[in-house]
Ligand binder design. Structure first.
Ligand SMILES: [Zn+2]
Length: 227
C-alpha cells in the first residue's frame, strides 16, 4: 500500500472545504446548537430523531474541531460501518443481516452540509450478489432517496478505501462536493492511484479530495480481512 500522503490532493483546502468549514467561520454563538438560529428547511439542532443516530452529537462535536479532526471523526464512523454495517436506522434492508463474512469490509458515510449523517453503506457485493453494491454506491442511493433528489451538492462522502472507477464516476454524477477516503488502493483506485476520475479536468464537476485519512487503521481492517 502506498503510504505517502495524497499525491495531488491538490486543492486540499483551496476550495473552502465545504459548508461545515464555512459554518465554523461564523460567530461562535451562531454555531452553538443551543443558541444558533434555525434556518428554514434545516433540521432543528439537537433534534436527534430528525436526523438519525449520532447526528446531534456529530453537530455538537463539530464545533471547535479543525478540519483534520472532523475528517478523522467522520472516518471513524465509516470504519464502524465497514466493520459492523450501517446500523438499524439507515439501510434497513441490509441491517438485519449484518456484515457478511465474505464481503470486503468497506464502509461509506455521506454527510450533509450541516454535518448531519444522511446515509451509510457497507460493501454488500457478496450479500446481495450485486456487482455494483459497493459501499459508496449504496450510500449515494440512500442519501439521494432521503433528500428526494439525485444532486448531492455540498455533501461530503467519507469512505474507508479509495474509490474504484465505478464509484468515482457515481460520485461525480451525484455532484458530491468533498470526498474523504482512508486507505489507498494501488490496484483499482480511481482517486489518484490508477486513475484520477474525481479530479479529471475534462469533467465538469470535480469534488475536493482528501486521501489517506486514518490510513493505518483503515489498512489494518482490510489486511485483517484478507489474511
Ligand atoms: Zn467502488
Amino acid at each position: 500500500m502506498a503510504s505517502d500522503p495524497p499525491p495531488s490532493t491538490g486543492g486540499a483546502g483551496l476550495a473552502g472545504g465545504g459548508s461545515a468549514a464555512a459554518g465554523a467561520a461564523e460567530p461562535a454563538d451562531a454555531t452553538d446548537p443551543a443558541l444558533g438560529p434555525v434556518r428554514p428547511g434545516q433540521p432543528t439542532p439537537g433534534a436527534v430523531g430528525r436526523v438519525g443516530p449520532g447526528a446531534a452529537e456529530g453537530l455538537a462535536e463539530l464545533d471547535g474541531l479543525g478540519r483534520r479532526q472532523r475528517h478523522e471523526l467522520w472516518m471513524r464512523r465509516a470504519l464502524q460501518v465497514a466493520v459492523t454495517g450501517p446500523g438499524p436506522v439507515i439501510g434497513p434492508e441490509s441491517s438485519e443481516a449484518g456484515p457478511v463474512a465474505d464481503d470486503v469490509p468497506v464502509g461509506a458515510v455521506i454527510y450533509g452540509p450541516d454535518g448531519t449523517e444522511l446515509a451509510a453503506g457497507r460493501n454488500e457485493r457478496e450479500l446481495t450478489g450485486d456487482p455494483t453494491a459497493h459501499a459508496e454506491v449504496l450510500a449515494l442511493r440512500r442519501a439521494a432517496e432521503r433528500l428526494g433528489r439525485w444532486r448531492l451538492d455540498d455533501c461530503t462522502l467519507v469512505v474507508t478505501l479509495e474509490p474504484c472507477t465505478m464509484c468515482a464516476g457515481a460520485i461525480v454524477l451525484a455532484r458530491i462536493s468533498t470526498v474523504i477516503f482512508g486507505a489507498w488502493e494501488p490496484k483499482t483506485g480511481a482517486a489518484g492511484s490508477l486513475w484520477d476520475v474525481l479530479r479529471d479536468r475534462r469533467l465538469n464537476h470535480r469534488p475536493e479530495v482528501y486521501g489517506g485519512v486514518l490510513e493505518a487503521e483503515n489498512s489494518a481492517v482490510l489486511r485483517a480481512f484478507f489474511r
